[in-house]
Design a protein. Structure first.
Length: 364
């Protein structure tokens, strides 16, 4: 089976984990946590990093740090992994959905203004599948209405908007280090920010709301959103190869595009002139006129020992969020979108086979 994705781990991570085990600092204290925070936030061109237990808790922590809670509203793309909306609900606030752009599959800034009211506190642009959202108009509107920008960059480590790394464009950026991400700590996440006070508040909230000055004194209600030292050791080892892994992702995407662009009936992922996508997953869209269904393509590939996946379902179509409007572009993408194998060990021969299978499916 050709897998959809797999992490890239080698001797660097093993050596650091062994060193971590030898020190005995295997839980949420130890030298590798601040080292990983510094290395990753620096890579993102951001001043401060706060490591978390996963990408979802990173988003949740960002909202809590900015004081978002009951009675507030947060604008969220209709097409994303469901965690982007769930974290808003965790705080007691309400997610307000917005449709996405047809080319980038990210939040459509032209639809923002009618959604903003006195309860709106933040916007969460998602850099979906590794392509940056169109940030300038989003940032301009946020400044006009005094809204926070929390970037969901869970899938976009190293992606760039106009030459600047995503995650450091808004107020707080959030990343995931789940096993299928470009770099992984198994589970894990991080927020990055240039604001020292927010970073310190996030650290306190991450650690049960405990005072930094007074052990076991908790001035606020906090959470256990901590990363372990072992996870941070793995992450630090991954940092040395992050730039190379991003280029591998882009090479995989270029090879797919070269082979698939001659096949009618599919739309290939775009890369806008202002963007550098990291193509976390190479995702294609079946055109409606083909009368082909994505579930059939996924099944066809699986029978040939090729793993693929549907792109995300629109969040407002799922039971917890139904009845909150219509989002035609998100629906269109979801109905025809398929993510192809995009792992680092994928060979050109395997890609050739996948391309041939897709052509065979569309011609059948």
């Amino acid at each position: 089976m050709i897998p959809i994705m797999e992490p890239w781990l080698d001797h660097e991570e093993i050596d650091l984990v062994l060193d971590c085990l030898k020190t005995g600092w295997i839980s949420s204290q130890g030298k590798y946590i601040p080292e990983f925070e510094k290395a990753f936030s620096g890579f993102c061109q951001s001043r401060y990093g706060v490591a978390t237990s996963n990408g979802t808790t990173a988003l949740h922590l960002a909202l809590l740090t900015l004081g978002i809670g009951p009675g507030d509203e947060v604008i969220v793309p209709a097409l994303s992994f469901i965690a982007t909306a769930n974290v808003v609900v965790y705080t007691g606030a309400r997610p307000v959905f917005i449709d996405v752009d047809e080319k980038t599959w990210t939040l459509n800034p032209s639809l923002l203004r009618p959604l903003i009211n006195k309860r709106t506190k933040a916007i969460i642009p998602v850099h979906l599948y590794g392509h940056p959202a169109n940030m300038d108009p989003i940032l301009k509107i946020a400044e006009e209405y005094h809204l926070w920008i929390i970037e969901d960059a869970a899938e976009a480590h190293g992606a760039e908007y106009q030459g600047h790394k995503v995650g450091a464009l808004g107020d707080i950026g959030c990343f995931s280090f789940y096993g299928n991400k470009i770099i992984s700590t198994g589970e894990g996440g991080m927020i990055v920010t240039d604001n020292y006070e927010w970073a310190e508040k996030a650290r306190m909230l991450r650690d049960h709301g405990m005072s930094k000055e007074k052990k076991y004194w908790h001035p606020v209600v906090g959470h256990n959103f901590r990363m372990t030292n072992i996870q941070a050791a793995i992450g630090l080892g991954q940092m040395n190869k992050l730039t190379r892994l991003i280029e591998q992702k882009r090479e995989i995407a270029d090879y797919y595009t070269l082979g698939l662009k001659k096949i009618p009936g599919i739309i290939l992922p775009s890369e806008e002139t202002w963007a550098k996508s990291v193509f976390w997953l190479y995702s294609i869209l079946l055109k409606l006129e083909t009368n082909k269904h994505r579930e059939d393509l996924i099944a066809f590939l699986y029978q040939a020992n090729v793993e693929s996946r549907p792109v995300f379902y629109p969040i407002p179509n799922m039971p917890p969020y139904q009845g909150q409007g219509n989002y035609p572009i998100a629906d269109l993408i979801s109905k025809g979108g398929v993510s192809l194998p995009s792992g680092f060990r994928l060979t050109h021969g395997q890609q050739d086979r996948i391309i041939e299978l897709i052509q065979k499916f569309l011609e059948g």
